[in-house]
Design a protein around this ligand. Structure first.
Ligand SMILES: Cc1cc2nc3c(=O)[nH]c(=O)nc-3n(C[C@H](O)[C@H](O)[C@H](O)COP(=O)(O)OP(=O)(O)OC[C@H]3O[C@@H](n4cnc5c(N)ncnc54)[C@H](O)[C@@H]3O)c2cc1C
Length: 363
């Protein structure tokens, strides 16, 4: 393709992309005539649907705008037949997660324990070892260091309120350092460092270099004060039929106020409230609640622009970068060998494995 032609196309492409984000004059005219809601919620994942329910329970009018043609967001279950699913996104709950477990009870979604009978596998540097319980058969030095680190995390977490971590006396010191920095300063054995990195990957789906120490400490407080709860029992409860049902049932109860296939592209904030623009329509509300992940909020065009500090905050909360793979076998053959199906590896691309079988153990 000649050089000038290619440049023209690039410019046209950029203008087209921009055009899609700018609501048409007709859409603006229509929005001035459209209904004024008390609240418009952006996103129909669990957060958005719960928020919409709370607004409606408070007797206010509410509308939910969801970009995708389905609800549930990062909870997505793939049907494998006969009412069974493979959870592609969110999967587990654990002790202390009372709200989601209470919601499941309220909506009639049953739970079942994650399969944990039998030995687990620990794989490191070509060596495969089996073990029972939560503690992998790492070297004694690594185990002592990891145990000391867990105790120290739990101690530090005692002064960090889960809901307002920034009020902790050492909040500033702990927020400017990453978990990776703390691990590098405090753990000296390579195996213990690898295990710490693995634990953070398991909890956050993200590298320890990207996670603030303060955030980890507030997460520990949030589950009752013990890091072990985050890494172990947080994976102990599953939802029969998959967690996406929670969103589907909530959306069904909310009814027509949940509008899918409507990505919010731009939000104008004025004296009279907010106007939210999708490609074809605009919606007015006194207030908006935004529940997309932070990078997706950052992709919305705001007028006036967001305060610089908040904009920076959105830019500094990237999505994690992990792959979840479900392998489906005719039967859980590992159980016959006395294995639980749980494995951790500090080597190679597959690092955390669970038995994700449906409740009856068959696909
Ligand atoms: C692979 C994976 C495994 C996980 N495992 C677990 C687990 O085992 N246990 C656990 O507790 N958590 C787990 N999580 C995390 C959990 O799924 C999420 O924390 C939770 O689903 C987030 O819900 P949410 O409503 O806050 O956000 P989301 O589910 O992300 O919902 C946000 C919604 O906003 C929509 N949206 C985005 N931009 C726009 C826009 N401009 N306009 C309109 N709509 C928009 C999105 O389409 C989405 O539906 C996992 C996540 C992943 C990805």
């Amino acid at each position: 393709m000649p050089r000038t032609r290619r440049r023209e196309l690039l410019v046209a492409g950029a203008a087209g992309a921009l055009g899609a984000r700018i609501p048409s004059a007709e859409a603006r005219r229509r929005s001035r005539r459209s209904r004024l809601y008390d609240v418009v919620v952006v996103g129909a994942g669990l957060s958005g649907l719960i928020a919409a329910r709370a607004v409606r329970r408070a007797g206010r009018s509410v509308l939910v705008l969801e970009a995708r043609h389905r609800v549930g967001g990062r909870n997505l279950d793939h049907s494998i037949g006969r009412g069974k699913v493979a959870e592609l996104g969110g999967e587990w709950a654990g002790p202390g997660q009372d709200r989601v477990l209470g919601l499941a009870r309220e909506l009639g979604v049953k739970t079942f324990p994650t399969h944990d009978q039998g030995d687990n596998v620990y794989y490191r540097d070509g060596q495969r070892k089996t073990y029972s319980g939560d503690i992998p058969p790492a070297s004694p030095v690594a185990l002592v260091e990891v145990e000391a680190a867990i105790l120290e995390f739990n101690n530090m977490a005692q002064e960090v309120p889960a809901a307002t971590p920034w009020t902790a006396p050492h909040a500033a010191d702990w927020d400017i350092q990453t978990v990776a920095k703390w691990v590098a300063d405090n753990l000296h054995d390579q195996e213990s460092r690898d295990l710490a990195a693995l634990a953070i990957r398991g909890v956050y789906g993200e590298e320890a270099t990207q996670v603030s120490l303060l955030d980890l400490l507030s997460a520990i407080t949030g589950v009752g004060g013990d890091f072990n709860t985050l890494i172990g029992s947080a994976q102990s409860i599953r939802f029969v039929g998959g967690p996406k049902q929670l969103s589907k049932k909530l959306a069904a109860r909310l009814g027509r106020i949940v509008r899918t296939g409507t990505p919010v592209l731009a939000i104008e904030h004025g004296r009279d409230g907010v106007t939210l623009h999708s490609a074809r329509r605009s919606f007015r509300a006194r207030q908006a609640i935004l529940t997309p992940p932070k990078p997706a909020i950052g992709a919305i065009r705001f007028t006036p622009q967001l305060p610089p500090a908040y904009d920076q905050y959105l830019q500094r909360q990237p999505m994690g970068s992990v792959l979840k793979v479900n392998a489906i076998y005719d039967r859980p053959f590992w159980r016959d060998q006395g294995l639980s199906g749980s494995a951790i590896s500090t080597t190679g691309p597959v690092q955390i494995v669970y038995d994700n079988s449906p409740p009856d153990g068959r696909p």
